[in-house]
Design a protein around this ligand. Structure first.
Ligand SMILES: [Zn+2]
Length: 107
């Protein structure tokens, strides 16, 4: 029997081959809406710990600032980028929100 090496690539097959980072799933009908705020301190104090692929609009970053984490949303408009930030949570809560976002349970 010969291993074709195909089965483990199926999850990525819907996306362009250059994509490495994860994509958010489409928001589900019962998805909860996050609160989006204007960026605080222009995001200067934040370190990005996870991100989604930039081929999607918007794309998202999980940011760490001090002892808290938040999600940054970047939308590409024709002439500018619009950046919003979620509320801030502790790492455990923020990671749960991030996972929910990737699964399409938040938007
Ligand atoms: Zn992509």
């Amino acid at each position: 029997m010969r291993c074709t090496g195909v089965s483990w690539t199926i999850d990525q097959a819907w996306f362009p081959p250059h994509c490495i980072s994860p994509h958010t799933s489409p928001a589900q009908s019962h998805a909860e809406r996050l609160t989006w705020n204007a960026p605080r301190d222009h995001g200067r104090d934040a370190r990005v710990v996870a991100w989604t692929c930039e081929c999607t609009n918007p794309f998202y970053e999980l940011c760490q600032a001090g002892g808290q984490r938040f999600i940054r949303r970047t939308r590409n408009a024709p002439d500018k980028r619009i950046v919003d930030e979620s509320d801030r949570w502790n790492a455990r809560q923020a990671n749960a929100q991030w996972n929910a976002l990737l699964l399409g349970l938040l938007h």
